[in-house]
Design a protein around this ligand. Structure first.
Ligand SMILES: Nc1ncnc2c1ncn2[C@@H]1O[C@H](COP(=O)(O)OP(=O)(O)O)[C@@H](O)[C@H]1O
Ligand SMILES: CC(=O)N[C@@H](CCC(=O)OP(=O)(O)O)C(=O)O
Length: 331
């Protein structure tokens, strides 16, 4: 009996071998969403997975969210908060809470859990060392352009800051807030250079931040942990789980999606359109879902693949626009 169980473990390890060989030395970005951090056991399993990957030569980078944790802190403090098109309308008062919860609470906890296994994790706020830069965005609700307050999208990533951590054997744990720069018409209007800092800090949805980081550092894969098994074609029909789709198919589906799935699937699309070979959504409520997604032949969630492209050259500071499509780039 003991031999049979040991044999099944060996079988699992052998299934992982070709994937370990394929991904060794490669960078993978994991977006760890607040809805996937629901209990200590899951958070510990996530930390173990990151350490496991690092130990077999894969280079994990974590970009974390914490939406539910921000919402409960805002509620405790009596600060109103609402979502518009899946993004939090963020007042200056709410921004202080976003920063406090993401960098002071969620990142600290994750870094602590990973570092129980050795001194691997380093918490990095998007504000530190010019790691991220963002420009302000609005959203469209029922066909109307709608203000989001202090909300942005990442337009610049300091890849040197991230790769020097990776090269030192560390696991960067990145919080999705970013200093605002003038990167649009406002700069031109004000006669300023396109990357002038405004002094404001913006709240960036962690899905879009993870996609921008994955694209900028030339990640092999982006894996998003959330609270569903993957993308359902006919939500909420649980029999309609899509196990894989191409960027082209996803582009067609996105307009029909609701709330949180809009930034998530747009981020997957942005990653694969910016030469990340694959982006997956996995169920973070299942312990060790990152390992199961990467090291099993079938994977477990929904995988989006891009059209084959040349590998992306790395630069020290990469300007990215997560929402520019390949068509726009080439037209
Ligand atoms: N087509 C769909 N397939 C799967 N989930 C969907 C779909 N459309 C909407 N959803 C919702 O999107 C949620 C995930 O988005 P969100 O709550 O923002 O996740 P996270 O907090 O992990 O970023 C799911 O819990 C589900 O309720
Ligand atoms: C602009 C915006 O919506 N920012 C998000 C940032 C955190 C996040 O994205 O967390 P999850 O991944 O857990 O959802 C927010 O304020 O909730």
């Amino acid at each position: 009996m003991r031999y049979a169980s040991a044999q099944s473990k060996a079988g699992t390890l052998m299934e992982a071998l070709p994937w370990i060989q394929r991904f060794a030395g490669k960078v993978m970005v994991f977006k760890y969403g607040g809805n996937a951090m629901i209990n200590e056991e899951l958070r510990e399993a996530f930390a173990e997975d990151m350490v496991f990957l690092r130990s077999v030569g894969i280079k994990p980078v974590v970009v974390h969210g914490g939406g539910p944790q921000i919402s409960s802190m805002l509620e405790r403090l009596g600060i109103e908060s609402e979502f518009r098109g899946g993004l939090r309308y963020t007042t200056p008062e709410a921004m202080d809470v976003v920063r406090m919860v993401l960098t002071g609470q969620v990142a600290r906890q994750l870094v602590g859990l990973i570092n129980q296994h050795g001194p691997y994790a380093v918490g990095m706020s998007g504000e530190d060392g010019g790691l991220l830069r963002a420009r302000r965005i609005t959203t469209v609700v029922d066909g109307v352009e709608t203000d989001l307050g202090l909300v942005g999208e990442v337009v610049g990533v300091n890849t040197t800051a991230i790769s020097s951590m990776i090269d030192a054997g560390k696991i960067p744990v990145i919080s999705s807030i970013a200093p605002e720069i003038l990167a649009d018409g406002r700069a031109v209007e004000q006669g300023m250079p396109l990357d002038t800092p405004t002094g404001e800090v913006l709240n960036v949805n962690a899905d879009t931040a993870a996609a921008a980081v994955a694209a900028a550092i030339g990640a092999e894969k982006l894996v998003m942990l959330t609270d569903v098994e993957g993308l359902y074609a006919d939500w909420p029909d649980r029999d309609s789980l899509i196990s894989s789709l191409t960027a082209r198919e996803l582009r067609r589906i996105i307009p029909s999606l609701s709330e949180g799935m809009i930034p998530k699937m747009s981020a997957c699309l942005a990653a694969v359109e910016n030469r990340v070979p694959a982006a997956s959504i996995v169920d973070g409520r299942r312990a060790h879902s990152p390992l199961l997604e990467i090291f099993t032949d079938s994977g477990i969630g929904t995988q989006v693949t891009g059209e084959a492209t040349e590998p992306k050259p790395l630069a020290d500071f990469v300007l990215v626009n997560p929402f520019r499509t390949t068509e726009e780039e080439t037209s």
